[in-house]
Design a protein around this ligand. Structure first.
Ligand code: EPZ
Length: 446
């Protein structure tokens, strides 16, 4: 296993270009299963999750050729309809293939995607919608698979999600584009990654549009054709580099910037003392404008403050004067990084925000919580972080601990690099290009 050795407290400065969005690339690969013509995808990031999704669709019969940042995907007329358990277990987004398999083959076996360290992450909302579209779906605990059939094909339906679900919305879009008739999704997610998926599907001949607030209408078509499509940049990467600039008191110019997708991030960062300079429509400079001050955030589905941003934000707040709070409302267990920051001297305490009707208020199913889960943390700053031996447990927490190590005094050892490689392209090379003292070594080389 690799680990990062990071020597901290160096201001980062320079320019980076944001890579293609992980949470678009994964779904774009799945979308290619909807046609037996070739789909060419541009701006594909070189990250572990994309390689893993390539393995998933190859296991179903697709050919995948990734050269530089372009993926050419071709699926045969006859697809395999069962995702290998070990592949499905590695990548939660593999469950998204259920729609295209039901649409093209009439049946599908997908592993229970399971949760990871951020919560139970069931797919009950996805399944509810597919059943309403005519699928028969049962979970067999003895083999760990969802068994799905749609012998008469899928048909259009008006379906209202009980609560927001980003990939649940995508699952039903992917199932509806080839269904018989019109599907109207209500209380549909509005994350910008879904708009990119809609763009790709439209390029392939799908009839799909956002027909109102939190509403998507899809008119099923008999088939889709191939397309060439370049995916959007990754807004989570941009937020990570923006915070890296503010926290190290540096200055980072971000190319392929998407300020319009980051409204909910810009406001609290400016209030906290961060600096943001729009150089042009897709180039933004991030820096620290004045001494950092504490600020409160609460995560929410788009257009709210994204749950993926709260971990790097928490590191920023360790360097801010005052007491900050982070209220996580999307996932029930997204503070795994806290104990690692506490090892570095961060003053963070858990608390449970007073919420009158938690089942209605929280995006996760309230019954999925287990003892020890908290929805809030209080951060007292500023604190001088010192070096430590750190363990990464999930993707976004990984980038967070790198940020903390960049600020800390001394040399930190950050284990679990594979988590960061899942979602960030060549992260150490790009941080080093900004002046960071970071290197990747093998466990045995310590
Ligand atoms: C997607 O996860 C992203 N993953 C997440 O990014 C992101 O944080 C999240 O959306 C919010 O934007 C991908 O796109 C691959 P949800 P997803 O369905 O779709 C519960 C990253 O690091 N829920 O909106 O799984 C669920 O457990 C990842 O790139 C149900 O209970 O998020 C969660 O608590 C982390 N039943 C909440 O709702 C369901 O059927 C929101 O889930 C579906 C969801």
């Amino acid at each position: 296993m690799d680990l990062f050795v990071v020597r901290g407290s160096t201001p980062l400065s320079g320019e980076i270009t944001v890579a293609g969005a992980k949470n678009v690339a994964l779904k774009a690969f799945v979308t290619a299963l909807l046609t037996d013509s070739e789909v060419t995808l541009g701006n594909i990031p070189h990250i572990g999750d994309v390689v893993a999704m390539g393995e998933v669709i190859k296991s179903l019969g697709a050919t995948v050729d990734i050269t530089s940042h372009t993926a050419r995907i071709h699926t045969p007329k006859k697809l395999v309809s069962r995702v290998p358990l070990e592949l499905g277990a590695r990548l939660r987004a593999s469950s998204l293939v259920v729609g295209p398999l039901l649409a093209r083959v009439g049946n599908a076996m997908i592993p229970n995607p399971g949760g990871c360290r951020i919560g139970a992450r069931p797919i009950d909302r996805h399944i509810q919608g597919l059943i309403r579209m005519g699928a028969h779906i049962r979970y067999h605990s003895e083999d760990g698979y969802f068994h799905a059939q749609a012998p008469d094909g899928l048909h259009g339906v008006t379906f209202e999600f009980p609560k927001n679900t980003h990939t649940g919305t995508e699952t039903l879009i992917l199932a509806a584009v080839l269904a018989e008739g019109t599907t109207v999704l209500k209380n549909a997610a509005e994350e910008v990654e879904i708009d990119d998926l809609i763009g790709l599907l439209s390029a392939m001949g799908a009839h799909i549009r956002r027909s109102g607030a939190r509403e998507i209408t899809i008119d099923g078509v008999p088939s889709l054709h191939g397309a060439r499509y370049s995916i959007a940049p990754d807004r989570n990467e941009e937020v990570t580099f923006a915070i890296a600039a503010a926290i190290t008191n540096g200055s980072v110019v971000v190319h392929a910037s998407q300020p319009k997708a980051l409204d909910a991030f810009m406001t609290p960062v400016l209030a906290a003392g961060g600096g943001i300079q729009m150089i042009d429509a897709h180039t933004t400079r991030y820096f620290r404008k004045r001494a950092l001050v504490a600020g409160d955030i609460m995560t929410a589905p788009y257009p709210g403050f994204m749950t993926d941003w709260q971990a790097p934000w928490a590191v920023l707040m360790t360097q801010a004067r005052g007491v900050s709070t982070v209220h996580e409302t999307v996932f029930e267990s997204r503070f795994s990084y806290v104990q690692e920051l506490q090892k570095m001297g961060a003053k963070i305490a858990f608390y449970d925000p007073a919420v009158t009707n938690p089942e209605a208020f929280y995006n996760f199913n309230w019954g999925d919580r287990v003892n020890g889960h908290h929805q809030g943390i209080r951060i007292t700053g500023p604190t001088t972080l010192h070096n430590a031996i750190l363990d990464i447990t999930d993707l976004r927490a990984g980038a967070t601990l790198l940020l903390a190590a960049l600020v800390a005094e001394g040399e930190s050892f950050v284990h679990g690099v594979a988590h960061v490689d899942r979602g960030y392209e060549h992260i150490e090379d790009r941080l080093r290009a900004l002046g960071a003292h970071i290197k990747r070594i093998k466990e045995g080389d310590i």
